[in-house]
Each structure stands twice: as structure tokens, then as C-alpha cells.
Design a protein around this ligand. Structure first.
Ligand SMILES: *[C@@H]1O[C@H](CO)[C@@H](O)[C@H](O)[C@H]1NC(C)=O
Ligand SMILES: *[C@@H]1O[C@H](CO)[C@@H](O)[C@H](O)[C@H]1NC(C)=O
Ligand SMILES: CC(=O)N[C@H]1CO[C@H](CO)[C@@H](O)[C@@H]1O
Length: 391
């Protein structure tokens, strides 16, 4: 008998899955649903047994339970466009996707960092659509901050996903990974290994190859074997969602795969894009910060909530979403949804406020930069001259 999502939704009407887990786990494991391996894999989302037996005393990615788990069998919570700050340093730019920078995100439990890379005057920079609009600095400086964090946190596996907005070659990225020092942690997937089998976190940690890097639209280059072409390994849901009802589990990219089910069977890891955008006028699309509390909520029942999309995709795909990208990760907090999917209680994290950061809550700042209207004006000029790449 097949696992029925309507029944699950009914079970989940206890709002926070974290609290509801024990009773859901026992309901699911009690009877007919465990008859096929696909169904039992799906049922593990609700199982508490994952959290019950620690396999090691040291935590890997904030839990001892994750040490012996395969990399692709973990939900890595990710910060989308994390180089684009909405804080006092950018005068709370309406183009910003995060209130806190990448190292704060890592300390708070985020293990996937995503950014957009442009070529500007011969240098790879983290710019939002265009360097005129929001410039997050050089890729090299940003990677160096990640290196510093990883040097200090030796039991942590970090994933970086980069959008290659100006179609640069793998070698251009490789040079910067090398000069930043971060390449020393780069994990190289053995060419003989099946896409279905990734190492455990513990084996990545023991080998000190704790950085997994994906770049969109590069060709594999044996000189930089740790730079993996993203869409050879990852499929993703739609991005640029403008309505809370728009979050689904269907495959959006890559076009080489016909469906999410086909991609899962072929060993691709699923990535959920869970960030809401809105039209700021004149067709300029910006992150919808006004609704961020409901967007990042761990609720498994509220329309548009992160918890709901996470649970639905787990059930539909039969495997955990390996990656989730959100804006403003501290709100929710988004990590709660990953913990729920991983069946863990996280440890060793730095507590970051779950409130949106505003001028009012950040008294140290002075508002002296671009107003929202100015951003729209710049964005309009930018849209006129470049292809918009928001992801
Ligand atoms: C994923 O991890 C869970 C929890 O440890 C385990 O029960 C399940 O068998 C794993 N799945 C695969 C495909 O390894
Ligand atoms: C990130 O932000 C924190 C808090 O504002 C700051 O202390 C830290 O230096 C920043 N990290 C980097 C790498 O800029
Ligand atoms: C879809 C949704 O909930 N939109 C709301 C986002 O926030 C603004 C401002 O509070 C509301 O007006 C929208 O209804």
C-alpha cells in the first residue's frame, strides 16, 4: 500500500513537525507502509530513530548523528546569494538577500553558500545582476573568509554553489580557489564512483577534503577536479517564485533530465529553491522581505512555508532534498526545517537573532545610501544593458 500524502498532511496538522515527529514516526512505522524500500525511505522523514542512536560523540555539521551519513543523504541548508547583504554596510539595500554574511551563516549552521560570480574589469566579483547594483567584493576575498572559518571549524563540511554569470572557464575559478587557499579543502569525486554514492561526512572530514563545490555551466577541467559542473549532479525546483503557492517539487533544471523522478533515479541530488521574490515596480524583481517570516517558517501546513515544501519534496522524491536555498536564513529559522528533515537536534551553533534586521533594529547604522527608489532606478538601467541573472 502506498504512502499517501493526504494522510501525511493530516498527521502533520500539528504545525511544527519537530514537535510532532515522535508521534508521526510511530504512526508511520507501525503498519502497512513499510512494504517497499521506496516507501520506507520516504517514511524516514518522520522517523525519530535517526536521532535516537548517536554514532559518535563529536558532532559533524552540528550533530554526531550526521557523521556516518552519506553526504547526499543529508539536507544541507543553504543561504541564497549570501554575498548580497541587506544591512548597514549596504544601507539595507532592497537587492540584498541576507541580513548576515557568510561566516555568520556558517556559525549559525548554514552549510551551503550560494553566490553569483561576474567578471568585472578582469576580476571575478560577487555582483548582484550587475556590479553597479550590488557588489559583494571579489570572489577571492570571499573564499578566503570561508577558508578562515573552515580552518577554525575542522569537523564541518561546507558546500559552495556558484552561478557563472559571465561564462568563465573552470580554470579562471580554479586560480581564485587556489589563491584564496580554499582549494586545499576541495573534494574531488573519484571518476569511478557512482553518482548515487557519496562519502560520509566523517570520511570527508578525516581526509580533510571538506569543501564540495559546484559551479553552474562550467566544463569539467582535470586541472581543477574539485570544481564540479553543477547540473551534472544537481537538479532543482523553480526559482524566481513570486507567489507563496508557487513552491513545488517539479524539476526546473537541468533540461537533460525529464522529471524529478528521472533525476533521482539517475543519482542527481535535489535542490529546493525556497525564496520569494516580488515586483518592486517597473518590472524590477527583488527579494520579498515583507513575507519572510511565513516564507521561512518550519510549518509543514502553511501555504508557502519552507517546512511544507521540504516535507512535500521529500515525500515526492523519496529521498531528502540534499540542498535548500533560502533568503534571510536567520528568519524561521530556516535551519529548523533542515534539522527536521535530518531528524536531528543541532548542537554547537552560534545563536543569531531570528528577526529581520532593519534600520530600527540596528541602531549602529546610519541610513545614508541608496533609497529603494534609487535601487529601482539603477536596476532599470542595469536591466537595459545586461541579461538579468537573479539566481
Ligand atoms: C539515509 O539516512 C538514514 C538515517 O541514517 C538511513 O536510515 C537511510 O537508510 C539512509 N538512506 C540511504 C539511501 O543511505
Ligand atoms: C561577518 O559579519 C560579522 C558580524 O558583523 C563580522 O564580525 C565578520 O567580520 C564578518 N565576516 C567577514 C568575513 O567579513
Ligand atoms: C503573499 C503574501 O502573504 N503577501 C503579503 C506580503 O506582505 C505584504 C506586506 O505586509 C502584504 O501586503 C502581502 O499580502
Amino acid at each position: 500500500m502506498y504512502f499517501n500524502f493526504a494522510a501525511t498532511a493530516a498527521l502533520l496538522s500539528h504545525a511544527h513537525l519537530a514537535q510532532a515527529l515522535p508521534q508521526i514516526g510511530s504512526s508511520i512505522s507501525s503498519s502497512s507502509v513499510a512494504s517497499t524500500s521506496a516507501v520506507s525511505a520516504r517514511a524516514t522523514v518522520w522517523s525519530v530513530s535517526e536521532a535516537a542512536v548517536p554514532t559518535s560523540t563529536a558532532a559533524c555539521n552540528n550533530s554526531p548523528d550526521l557523521c556516518d551519513r552519506h553526504y547526499n543523504n543529508i539536507t544541507h541548508m543553504g543561504a541564497h546569494d549570501v554575498a548580497f547583504l541587506r544591512d548597514s554596510s549596504t544601507s539595507f539595500s532592497t537587492s540584498g538577500n541576507t541580513f548576515y554574511n557568510a561566516t555568520v551563516a556558517l556559525s549559525a549552521g548554514i552549510r551551503l553558500l550560494q553566490a553569483q560570480v561576474h567578471l568585472e574589469a578582469g576580476v571575478l566579483r560577487l555582483c548582484h545582476t550587475s556590479c553597479l547594483l550590488l557588489d559583494g567584493g571579489t570572489l577571492e576575498a570571499w573564499l578566503a573568509t570561508i577558508k578562515t572559518w573552515m580552518d577554525a571549524n575542522r569537523n564541518e563540511v561546507v558546500t559552495v554553489i556558484l552561478v557563472n554569470a559571465d561564462d568563465q572557464k573552470s580554470a579562471s575559478f580554479g586560480k581564485v580557489f587556489t589563491s584564496s587557499g580554499l582549494s586545499t579543502y576541495g573534494y574531488t569525486l573519484p571518476t569511478t564512483s557512482s553518482m548515487l554514492i557519496w562519502p560520509t561526512l566523517q570520511s570527508l572530514i578525516s581526509a580533510n577534503t571538506r569543501l564540495v563545490t559546484f559551479i553552474a555551466s562550467i566544463d569539467y577541467d582535470p586541472a581543477f577536479p574539485y570544481l564540479l559542473p553543477e547540473f551534472n549532479y544537481i537538479f532543482e525546483t523553480a526559482f524566481g517564485v513570486m507567489s507563496p503557492t508557487g513552491f513545488g517539487c517539479d524539476l526546473d533544471r537541468p533540461s537533460t533530465q525529464s522529471s524529478a523522478a528521472a533525476a533521482v533515479s539517475a543519482g542527481f541530488m535535489g535542490m529546493i529553491n525556497h525564496f520569494l521574490d516580488k515586483d518592486a515596480g517597473f518590472g524590477i524583481i527583488i527579494p520579498d522581505v515583507d513575507n519572510i517570516t511565513s516564507t521561512n517558517s518550519p510549518s509543514t501546513t502553511n501555504v508557502g512555508a519552507l517546512g511544507k515544501q521540504g516535507a512535500e519534496c521529500y515525500i515526492k522524491w523519496g529521498v531528502k532534498p540534499t540542498f535548500i536555498l533560502v533568503d534571510f536564513f536567520n528568519v524561521g529559522p530556516a535551519i529548523e526545517t533542515a534539522d527536521m528533515l535530518n531528524g536531528i537536534v543541532g548542537t554547537g551553533r552560534v545563536v543569531v537573532s531570528t528577526e529581520p534586521l532593519t534600520l530600527a533594529t540596528n541602531s549602529a547604522s546610519r541610513f545614508n545610501g541608496y533609497s529603494g527608489l534609487t535601487v529601482v532606478a539603477i536596476a532599470m538601467a542595469v536591466v537595459a544593458i545586461v541579461n538579468t541573472v537573479w539566481l
